[in-house]
Design a protein around this ligand. Structure first.
Ligand code: GDP
Length: 196
């Protein structure tokens, strides 16, 4: 499996419009502006694959990318952006919740968090939910190029410790789309999930 083979399949406003729920999916989730689109572009080696948001909170659709037959990457709507009307926020949260709860083909969750402020309430909710559902998690601590090597390691350790209490299959990796830090490690984990 090569993530660089990813091609855009469709954008869906809700889970009913997604491709048939067969095969394997790895989903990407994170607060708006966490660096999700950039990470998808980095991991697939395709600059234009996911649109990098000029206005945070604009990605409201579930975007589907096919990597191989019945192997998909799912770009879930970003959450937690303050300047969005409550009604809209509720709609996205609902789409996100529905997807996570109902999608049988979901076999791994990549959670993107800015390394400078990880583990916000909604991040924790998501990771806790994955842990309760026995879904493996890869936590990517994004934009790590913004921290010194020392601070980076300290942040990774802090997050690892906090998540270890959940006793679940959770990996934590410092990541930078700018420098490709952690891209190789993330690629191995995601391809491993997709290859099942
Ligand atoms: P999304 O809303 O989660 O999809 O986030 P985006 O990928 O659109 O990125 C949000 C902002 O963070 C953009 O201005 C990106 O250029 C910036 N960004 C994303 N990844 C990195 C990174 O690895 N390093 C740095 N320095 N900036 C990044």
């Amino acid at each position: 499996i090569h993530l660089s083979k990813a091609t855009f399949t469709l954008s869906a406003p809700d889970i009913r419009r997604l491709p048939e729920d067969t095969g394997i999916e790895v989903a990407f989730a994170g607060r708006s502006n966490a660096g999700k689109s950039s990470a998808l572009n980095t991991l697939t080696n395709q600059n234009g694959l996911a649109r990098i948001s000029k206005t945070p909170g604009r990605t409201q659709l579930i975007n589907v990318f096919e990597v191989a037959e019945n192997k998909r990457l799912i770009d879930l709507p970003g959450y937690g952006f303050a300047k969005v009307p409550l009604e809209m926020k509720k709609k996205w949260q609902k789409a996100l919740g529905e997807y996570l709860e109902k999608r049988d083909s979901l076999k791994g969750l990549v959670v993107l968090m800015d390394i400078r402020h990880p583990l916000k309430d909604l991040d924790m909710d998501l990771i806790q939910w994955a842990a309760d559902s026995d879904l493996p998690v890869l936590a990517l601590l994004t934009k790590c190029d913004k921290l010194s090597q020392g601070k980076r390691s300290a942040e990774v350790l802090k997050v690892k410790k906090a998540l270890a209490t959940l006793n679940a299959d959770i990996r934590v990796q410092a990541f930078s789309s700018l420098k490709r830090t952690g891209a190789e490690q993330a690629d191995v984990v995601i391809c491993d999930w997709l290859a099942q």
